[in-house]
Design a protein. Sequence first.
Length: 262
Amino acid sequence: MTIKLEDLEFGFGFLHGEPDENALLDYALDLPEILATRDGRNMVVLFDEFQDASRVVSQEEIYKKMRSHFQNHKNVSYLFLGSKEGMMKTLFSNRKEAFYRFAVILPIPPIPEDSWVTYITRKFAEQNIEVDSEIARGILQKTGGHPQDTMLVCSEIYYALLEAGKNTVTPKFVQLGYDRALLILAQIYDEILDELGKKSHVREVLKRIAAGNRVYNRQANPNEIKRALDYLMAKAIIEKNGRGSYKFVEPMFQEYLLGEHR
Protein backbone atom coordinates (compact mmCIF):
# COMPACT_ATOMS: atom_id res chain seq x y z
CA MET A 1 0.00 0.00 0.00
CA THR A 2 1.31 3.46 -0.91
CA ILE A 3 0.00 6.63 0.68
CA LYS A 4 0.74 10.12 -0.62
CA LEU A 5 -0.07 13.32 1.26
CA GLU A 6 0.99 16.36 -0.76
CA ASP A 7 4.79 16.02 -0.99
CA LEU A 8 5.01 13.13 1.48
CA GLU A 9 4.80 9.58 0.15
CA PHE A 10 5.37 6.29 1.91
CA GLY A 11 4.39 2.68 1.44
CA PHE A 12 4.23 -0.47 3.49
CA GLY A 13 3.13 -4.03 3.09
CA PHE A 14 1.10 -6.42 5.22
CA LEU A 15 1.97 -9.76 6.70
CA HIS A 16 1.46 -12.69 4.37
CA GLY A 17 -0.96 -15.46 5.11
CA GLU A 18 -3.45 -15.21 7.94
CA PRO A 19 -1.51 -14.17 11.05
CA ASP A 20 -3.24 -14.28 14.40
CA GLU A 21 -4.07 -11.20 16.46
CA ASN A 22 -0.86 -11.40 18.49
CA ALA A 23 1.28 -11.41 15.35
CA LEU A 24 -0.62 -8.45 13.93
CA LEU A 25 -0.22 -6.51 17.16
CA ASP A 26 3.51 -7.26 17.30
CA TYR A 27 3.84 -6.05 13.71
CA ALA A 28 1.86 -2.87 14.42
CA LEU A 29 4.02 -2.02 17.44
CA ASP A 30 7.21 -2.51 15.43
CA LEU A 31 5.95 -0.73 12.29
CA PRO A 32 7.26 2.77 13.25
CA GLU A 33 10.76 1.37 13.75
CA ILE A 34 10.52 -0.61 10.50
CA LEU A 35 9.56 2.50 8.53
CA ALA A 36 12.12 4.73 10.25
CA THR A 37 14.93 2.24 9.65
CA ARG A 38 13.98 1.66 6.02
CA ASP A 39 13.87 5.38 5.21
CA GLY A 40 16.88 6.29 7.32
CA ARG A 41 14.88 8.84 9.32
CA ASN A 42 13.87 9.40 12.90
CA MET A 43 10.21 9.19 13.77
CA VAL A 44 7.97 10.47 16.56
CA VAL A 45 4.86 8.53 17.59
CA LEU A 46 2.27 10.19 19.83
CA PHE A 47 -0.29 8.30 21.92
CA ASP A 48 -3.29 10.29 23.08
CA GLU A 49 -5.20 9.25 26.23
CA PHE A 50 -2.52 6.64 26.82
CA GLN A 51 -3.96 5.64 30.20
CA ASP A 52 -6.91 4.07 28.35
CA ALA A 53 -4.80 1.70 26.23
CA SER A 54 -5.73 -1.29 28.38
CA ARG A 55 -9.43 -0.54 27.76
CA VAL A 56 -9.14 0.05 24.02
CA VAL A 57 -6.89 -2.89 23.13
CA SER A 58 -8.33 -6.32 23.90
CA GLN A 59 -4.97 -7.68 25.00
CA GLU A 60 -3.97 -8.63 28.52
CA GLU A 61 -0.92 -6.82 29.87
CA ILE A 62 -0.80 -4.56 26.81
CA TYR A 63 1.59 -2.17 28.56
CA LYS A 64 4.16 -4.95 29.08
CA LYS A 65 3.90 -5.87 25.42
CA MET A 66 4.30 -2.23 24.34
CA ARG A 67 7.35 -1.73 26.52
CA SER A 68 8.98 -4.94 25.28
CA HIS A 69 8.84 -3.52 21.74
CA PHE A 70 9.45 0.18 22.33
CA GLN A 71 12.58 -0.30 24.45
CA ASN A 72 14.34 -1.90 21.47
CA HIS A 73 13.50 0.87 19.01
CA LYS A 74 16.47 3.09 18.17
CA ASN A 75 14.95 5.45 15.59
CA VAL A 76 11.59 6.22 17.18
CA SER A 77 10.72 8.58 20.03
CA TYR A 78 7.42 8.25 21.87
CA LEU A 79 5.16 10.89 23.36
CA PHE A 80 2.43 9.78 25.76
CA LEU A 81 -0.47 12.14 26.47
CA GLY A 82 -3.26 11.59 28.98
CA SER A 83 -5.97 13.68 30.56
CA LYS A 84 -6.02 11.61 33.77
CA GLU A 85 -2.95 12.84 35.59
CA GLY A 86 -3.13 10.37 38.47
CA MET A 87 -3.27 7.34 36.20
CA MET A 88 -0.45 8.67 34.01
CA LYS A 89 1.76 9.22 37.04
CA THR A 90 1.04 5.69 38.21
CA LEU A 91 1.93 4.22 34.81
CA PHE A 92 5.33 5.92 34.70
CA SER A 93 6.22 6.29 38.40
CA ASN A 94 5.05 3.07 40.02
CA ARG A 95 7.73 0.35 40.23
CA LYS A 96 5.10 -2.30 39.55
CA GLU A 97 4.09 -0.79 36.20
CA ALA A 98 5.64 -1.82 32.89
CA PHE A 99 6.42 1.76 31.86
CA TYR A 100 8.17 2.65 35.12
CA ARG A 101 10.84 5.29 34.35
CA PHE A 102 10.38 4.77 30.61
CA ALA A 103 9.64 8.47 29.97
CA VAL A 104 10.19 11.90 31.49
CA ILE A 105 6.99 13.28 33.02
CA LEU A 106 6.19 16.82 31.86
CA PRO A 107 2.97 18.16 33.43
CA ILE A 108 0.82 20.25 31.09
CA PRO A 109 -0.61 23.32 32.86
CA PRO A 110 -4.39 23.78 32.83
CA ILE A 111 -5.92 25.81 30.01
CA PRO A 112 -6.22 29.48 31.11
CA GLU A 113 -9.79 30.65 31.48
CA ASP A 114 -9.32 33.52 29.00
CA SER A 115 -8.06 31.05 26.39
CA TRP A 116 -11.11 28.86 26.98
CA VAL A 117 -13.45 31.85 26.61
CA THR A 118 -11.81 32.88 23.34
CA TYR A 119 -12.03 29.34 22.00
CA ILE A 120 -15.66 28.79 23.02
CA THR A 121 -16.88 32.10 21.60
CA ARG A 122 -14.98 31.50 18.35
CA LYS A 123 -16.29 27.96 17.83
CA PHE A 124 -19.89 29.05 18.44
CA ALA A 125 -19.38 32.04 16.11
CA GLU A 126 -18.27 29.66 13.35
CA GLN A 127 -21.77 28.17 13.59
CA ASN A 128 -23.38 31.65 13.57
CA ILE A 129 -24.20 31.39 17.26
CA GLU A 130 -23.68 34.30 19.63
CA VAL A 131 -22.30 33.74 23.10
CA ASP A 132 -21.34 36.46 25.56
CA SER A 133 -17.94 36.09 27.27
CA GLU A 134 -19.63 36.01 30.68
CA ILE A 135 -21.89 33.20 29.50
CA ALA A 136 -18.80 31.33 28.36
CA ARG A 137 -17.24 31.83 31.79
CA GLY A 138 -20.43 30.46 33.31
CA ILE A 139 -19.96 27.26 31.31
CA LEU A 140 -16.42 26.95 32.68
CA GLN A 141 -17.62 27.48 36.24
CA LYS A 142 -19.93 24.51 35.85
CA THR A 143 -17.35 22.20 34.27
CA GLY A 144 -14.33 23.44 36.20
CA GLY A 145 -12.52 23.80 32.88
CA HIS A 146 -12.24 20.02 32.50
CA PRO A 147 -11.48 19.67 28.74
CA GLN A 148 -13.69 16.70 27.86
CA ASP A 149 -16.61 17.78 30.02
CA THR A 150 -16.44 21.38 28.77
CA MET A 151 -16.56 20.24 25.16
CA LEU A 152 -19.44 17.88 25.91
CA VAL A 153 -21.49 20.63 27.58
CA CYS A 154 -20.83 22.99 24.67
CA SER A 155 -21.87 20.29 22.23
CA GLU A 156 -25.14 19.70 24.07
CA ILE A 157 -25.79 23.46 24.19
CA TYR A 158 -25.29 23.58 20.43
CA TYR A 159 -27.78 20.77 19.78
CA ALA A 160 -30.31 22.32 22.16
CA LEU A 161 -30.07 25.59 20.22
CA LEU A 162 -30.58 23.76 16.93
CA GLU A 163 -33.69 22.04 18.26
CA ALA A 164 -35.10 25.34 19.50
CA GLY A 165 -34.17 27.24 16.33
CA LYS A 166 -32.19 29.82 18.34
CA ASN A 167 -28.76 31.32 17.71
CA THR A 168 -27.91 32.92 21.07
CA VAL A 169 -26.53 31.08 24.10
CA THR A 170 -28.42 32.11 27.24
CA PRO A 171 -28.19 30.85 30.85
CA LYS A 172 -31.24 28.71 30.12
CA PHE A 173 -29.46 26.86 27.31
CA VAL A 174 -26.28 26.56 29.38
CA GLN A 175 -28.24 24.78 32.10
CA LEU A 176 -30.04 22.61 29.56
CA GLY A 177 -26.75 21.62 27.91
CA TYR A 178 -25.20 20.94 31.29
CA ASP A 179 -28.09 18.72 32.40
CA ARG A 180 -27.97 16.76 29.14
CA ALA A 181 -24.22 16.29 29.42
CA LEU A 182 -24.61 15.07 32.98
CA LEU A 183 -27.10 12.46 31.81
CA ILE A 184 -24.60 11.24 29.21
CA LEU A 185 -21.80 11.08 31.80
CA ALA A 186 -24.05 9.34 34.33
CA GLN A 187 -23.33 5.91 32.81
CA ILE A 188 -19.58 6.45 33.18
CA TYR A 189 -19.95 7.73 36.73
CA ASP A 190 -22.19 4.80 37.66
CA GLU A 191 -19.56 2.36 36.42
CA ILE A 192 -16.95 4.08 38.58
CA LEU A 193 -19.23 4.02 41.61
CA ASP A 194 -20.08 0.35 41.03
CA GLU A 195 -16.38 -0.44 41.09
CA LEU A 196 -15.92 1.60 44.25
CA GLY A 197 -18.89 -0.20 45.78
CA LYS A 198 -16.59 -3.18 46.26
CA LYS A 199 -14.40 -0.95 48.42
CA SER A 200 -16.89 0.58 50.84
CA HIS A 201 -14.32 2.68 52.72
CA VAL A 202 -13.10 4.21 49.42
CA ARG A 203 -16.60 5.25 48.44
CA GLU A 204 -17.18 6.70 51.89
CA VAL A 205 -14.04 8.83 51.59
CA LEU A 206 -15.18 10.03 48.18
CA LYS A 207 -18.56 11.07 49.60
CA ARG A 208 -16.84 13.10 52.30
CA ILE A 209 -14.72 14.93 49.77
CA ALA A 210 -17.78 15.62 47.61
CA ALA A 211 -19.67 17.06 50.57
CA GLY A 212 -16.72 19.20 51.62
CA ASN A 213 -16.26 17.35 54.90
CA ARG A 214 -12.99 16.44 56.58
CA VAL A 215 -11.46 13.31 55.13
CA TYR A 216 -9.94 12.06 58.39
CA ASN A 217 -12.09 11.46 61.46
CA ARG A 218 -11.75 9.63 64.76
CA GLN A 219 -14.09 6.81 63.77
CA ALA A 220 -12.04 5.69 60.74
CA ASN A 221 -8.66 4.00 60.58
CA PRO A 222 -6.18 6.62 59.22
CA ASN A 223 -4.27 3.95 57.30
CA GLU A 224 -7.43 2.87 55.51
CA ILE A 225 -8.21 6.48 54.63
CA LYS A 226 -4.69 6.99 53.28
CA ARG A 227 -5.01 3.89 51.11
CA ALA A 228 -8.41 5.10 49.90
CA LEU A 229 -7.00 8.50 48.96
CA ASP A 230 -4.06 6.92 47.13
CA TYR A 231 -6.45 4.65 45.25
CA LEU A 232 -8.73 7.54 44.23
CA MET A 233 -5.76 9.62 43.06
CA ALA A 234 -4.29 6.70 41.12
CA LYS A 235 -7.65 6.33 39.37
CA ALA A 236 -7.61 10.07 38.57
CA ILE A 237 -10.89 10.64 40.39
CA ILE A 238 -9.46 13.17 42.84
CA GLU A 239 -6.28 15.23 43.08
CA LYS A 240 -4.49 16.92 45.95
CA ASN A 241 -5.43 20.55 46.42
CA GLY A 242 -3.12 21.35 49.31
CA ARG A 243 -2.18 19.85 52.65
CA GLY A 244 -5.02 17.56 53.70
CA SER A 245 -7.24 18.97 50.97
CA TYR A 246 -8.51 17.15 47.89
CA LYS A 247 -10.76 18.00 44.97
CA PHE A 248 -12.50 16.15 42.14
CA VAL A 249 -10.70 16.04 38.81
CA GLU A 250 -14.16 16.35 37.24
CA PRO A 251 -16.40 18.81 39.10
CA MET A 252 -19.35 17.32 37.22
CA PHE A 253 -18.67 13.98 38.88
CA GLN A 254 -18.85 15.71 42.25
CA GLU A 255 -22.15 17.32 41.24
CA TYR A 256 -23.49 13.94 40.15
CA LEU A 257 -22.45 12.28 43.40
CA LEU A 258 -24.05 15.02 45.47
CA GLY A 259 -27.22 14.76 43.39
CA GLU A 260 -27.60 11.12 44.43
CA HIS A 261 -28.29 12.20 48.00
CA ARG A 262 -30.54 15.22 47.46
